[in-house]
Design a protein around this ligand. Sequence first.
Ligand SMILES: N[C@@H](CCC(=O)N[C@@H](CS)C(=O)NCC(=O)O)C(=O)O
Length: 229
Amino acid sequence: MGTEEVKLYGITLSPFVLRVEWALKLKHIEYEYVTEDLKNKSPQLLQYNPVEKKVPVLVHKGKPICESTLILEYVHEVWKNGCPLLPSDPHQKAVARFWSKFAEEKCLYSSFAVMSNVGEELKKAVEEFRHNLKTLEGYLEGKKFFGGDMIGMVDIVAGWIPCWVGMIEGLVSMTIVDEEYLPRIKAWIHDILELDLVKQTMPPLDKVEAHMRAIRETVLAAKSVSTLN
Ligand SMILES: N[C@@H](CCC(=O)N[C@@H](CS)C(=O)NCC(=O)O)C(=O)O
């Protein structure tokens, strides 16, 4: 596979881009990583993703695919080598897609509420996030990873949790994943962080932390201005 065939437009600190890197590495696909500057987006990014103008964008043989979860589906469909990202059984595949959607729409979005609240609202947001993780945990029953013995689509979509959740806990000074309430998620976080693939692609955590702190401060400042108005 020549590197000219596959390009990934991304930034180092994006959990969405990280998903695509994990999928490409699981499939042993060589690719060229094109680093974007989101404050000064390249003409190529604007051409390939004119609607959302976001990373990641995967370009395969000159054709762009946008949206990280759709890129994962594409990688699964196109490259049959390496680990399958989805089960072959149609029912199990539909179930894995359900939990991927749940991880995205419930877990990720409730973490945004944690990052953008303080006081009582923060406590409520943390409870909701923990409740969603508890629900997701049900799909780990009897398995090491959501995908079974190896990681699959749900592990990849939820893969920001092992990398980011400790930082979120630090930023809001609250525990989110504890042994008592979320024992399987806690073990899964440990197992994901042990994977070579994850160690090799982990973004510099000090930079991620500074980036997230800045996002939280900006969101909280904007909220307090809108409360005054
Ligand atoms: N739903 C998208 C989210 C991608 C996303 O939010 N990317 C951010 C970087 S983390 C971005 O490119 N932001 C640029 C912008 O909003 O202008 C996906 O899963 O690919």
